[in-house]
Design a protein around this ligand. Structure first.
Ligand code: AHR
Length: 612
């Protein structure tokens, strides 16, 4: 393997090359990175007609002691449903009558941690209510507080801090009383006090994202943006402002309700917290099953222009002031939008696209606009700055896709590979070594073609193990644990690539059809490194002589390292019980030199990091 590190042959990789695609799928957000513990906090999930389904809220007590129903009685006009709880017993046994919320397959309550409870209540009589955190048996009390109030005939906001005296991973929030009477309850929220920067994100999951050093965050979906029907699509305006006033919506593609605590504002905040460029994918007036005619699209276009003003307008502008009121007077640096998701083949896409395109171009000339149409095989017939490219397939196909953009035209819009993954269950399972190696070869191909490919992100990012709708995913979690699949760890090999410098490599081996390699140099503070990554996608160990020509300085062997991702079986996966089965292993590289011998083990991804 020859690496030519001369500056004449080198090229800078775009700063944006590798990033994240976040989709609200598999409970990635609600019950995932969004730390809210209550599910269906406003009782709206069953719809605005009454009586409605209050799932997963559950009644404590029998029919002779309690009668619970939903009513259009809330103090929030957009969230008009509230819960009416009528206690029928005079001397109810303490704690035996009320309701509980199990959150998303059980709340993770940890000893010593503080949980902030907010809810709205009303009663015509003096009220006694106990809020408690209990383990799933309802018996082990982890924290509780009594709310005694003689004057709640108008809706009252209650705020409490609950400090857990024990740990239970499958806890629930109980609201109980032993006093006869009627209590209305609405908008109940329970948040751990230690979310990332107090922004509502689950810390451990944020840290896993940060470890990938993502350069962009594409949000909030995928199909989630489209909906099966437009009435269930993501509407940014319904997801901003005070959380109590957000109506929430049913994501009909991935089949679950979201209270939309993680809304448009929070996605912009998430991107900022990750140090990533936000990429707002908005609905193009097109769902899976219905479309807005281009002649009637104007209100949709205005709505999107408003979303851009919300992100980028001054704190005095109409929508910028809404953002400022939410706590972010600084503008969010939104520079990328995607018009729709996978909609190119839809009848009205072209027409709708152009309406959005010209309106945005005129109002925000610097915004980079992403088309859904694949420009890799034939030129687009409409203007765009980037085009979306999605690929899901088997391991061999994705491996061979490393060459895909070598043949693509160098003129016209740049490429955004915004979704890629090995998904064939025989190769990928729930995230296998094999899948990750094939994806690594594909990404090396993207690095080499990063003169035309400017962005790439794996999909999907997250799965809550209790709602595995789509598999595999990069990060698996439940209420209290998380681990990376091999595809997650594979991406850590590329975290220094964005903004680095790529050098030509020449590979000659009898196994070259199953090898793929790239070389980059990058700076870590003042320290310079040459990284040579090689995928061995075959069953043979491969001996290589690696030589780097044109180095300005010698190799510092003592600070050089080698990192390998491999495992004993191709289909090995990580799991909660064995989260580190397939993870990169690093060691010193005593042989590091301008010319060195290297052994690539079968089915592996190896990174040689030479300190210069
Ligand atoms: O990543 C899962 C889904 O795959 C996305 O929602 C969609 O864009 C694609 O079809």
């Amino acid at each position: 393997l020859q690496v030519n590190t001369s500056w004449e042959a080198a090229r800078k990789i775009p700063q944006t090359l590798f990033g994240l695609f976040f989709e609200e799928i598999n409970h990635a957000g609600a019950g995932g990175i969004w730390a809210e513990l209550v599910s269906n906090r406003g009782f709206e999930a069953g719809g605005q007609n009454t009586p409605s389904n209050i799932d997963p809220w559950t009644i404590i007590g029998d029919e002779s002691s309690i009668y619970v129903k939903t009513e259009r009685a809330s103090c929030f006009s957009k969230n008009i449903i509230a819960l009416r709880m009528e206690v029928l017993c005079d001397e109810c046994p303490a704690g035996s009558v009320g309701i509980y919320n199990p959150g998303f397959w059980g709340m993770n309550i940890e000893e010593g941690k503080t949980y902030k409870l907010v809810m709205y209540i009303r009663s015509m009589e003096p009220m006694e209510l106990t809020a408690s955190l209990t383990c799933s048996d309802g018996l082990q009390n982890l924290a509780s507080a009594d709310i005694v109030d003689n004057n709640v005939s108008d809706w009252r906001k209650i705020e409490l801090q609950l400090i857990a005296q024990g740990t239970c991973r499958t806890s629930r929030l109980q609201l109980t009383t032993s006093k006869r009477g009627v209590i209305w309850i609405d908008q109940v929220s329970l948040l751990p006090s230690d979310t990332y920067k107090g922004h509502g994100f689950r810390k451990e999951l944020i840290h896993m994202l940060m470890d990938l050093r993502p350069q962009f965050l594409r949000f909030p979906g995928g199909c989630f943006v489209e909906g099966n029907w437009l009435r269930n699509a993501f509407r940014w305006r319904e997801t901003i402002g005070p959380w109590e006033e957000r109506p929430g919506h049913y994501g009909d593609v991935w089949n679950y309700w979201t209270d939309d605590g993680l809304g448009y504002y929070e996605f912009l905040q998430l991107a900022e917290d990750l140090g990533a460029e936000p990429i707002w994918v908005f609905n193009a007036g097109i769902s899976h099953r219905d479309e807005v005619d281009t002649t009637t699209l104007r209100p949709f276009v205005e709505d999107i222009l408003n979303s851009l003003e919300f992100a980028r307008g001054s704190a005095e502008s109409t929508w910028g002031s809404v953002r400022a009121a939410m706590g972010h007077s600084e503008r969010f640096p939104l520079k990328y939008v995607a018009i729709g998701n996978e909609d190119c083949y839809k009848q009205l896409y072209q027409g709708n696209y152009l309406k959005f395109y010209y309106a945005i171009r005129e109002a925000y000339p610097d915004i980079q606009i992403i088309s859904n149409c694949d420009g890799s095989s034939k030129p687009l017939d409409h203007p765009a700055d980037l085009y979306d490219f999605h690929v899901y397939s088997n391991a061999t196909f994705i491996f061979l896709m490393k060459e895909k953009f070598t043949r693509t035209s160098r003129t016209g819009p740049k490429v955004f590979v915004s979704e890629y993954a090995v998904t064939d269950p025989r190769d990928a399972g729930n995230g296998s070594l094999l899948a990750s190696l094939s994806e690594a070869a594909f990404l090396i191909g993207l690095e080499k073609n990063s003169d035309i490919v400017h962005m790439a992100s794996y999909a999907p990012l997250f799965v809550n193990d209790n709602d595995r709708f789509w598999s595999p995913d990069a990060i698996v979690f439940n209420s209290w644990q998380q681990y990376g699949t091999p595809s997650y760890w594979m991406q850590t090999f590329f975290r220094e690539s964005s903004g680095s410098v790529i050098h030509p490599v020449r590979l000659a081996s009898s196994y070259s059809s199953s090898l793929e390699a790239s070389a980059i140099t990058w700076k870590d503070n003042e320290d310079m490194f040459l990284r040579i990554k090689i995928v061995n996608f075959g069953p043979h160990a491969v001996n290589l002589t690696i030589s780097a020509t044109g180095l300005q300085a010698g190799v510092d062997t003592a600070r050089s390292t080698v990192t390998v991702l491999t495992s004993s079986d191709l289909l090995d996966e990580n799991s909660f019980s064995d989260p580190n089965k397939v993870v990169p292993v690093s060691s010193g590289l005593p042989s590091a030199a301008e010319k060195m011998q290297a052994l690539l083990v079968p089915y592996s991804l190896t990174s040689f990091d030479l300190a210069l």
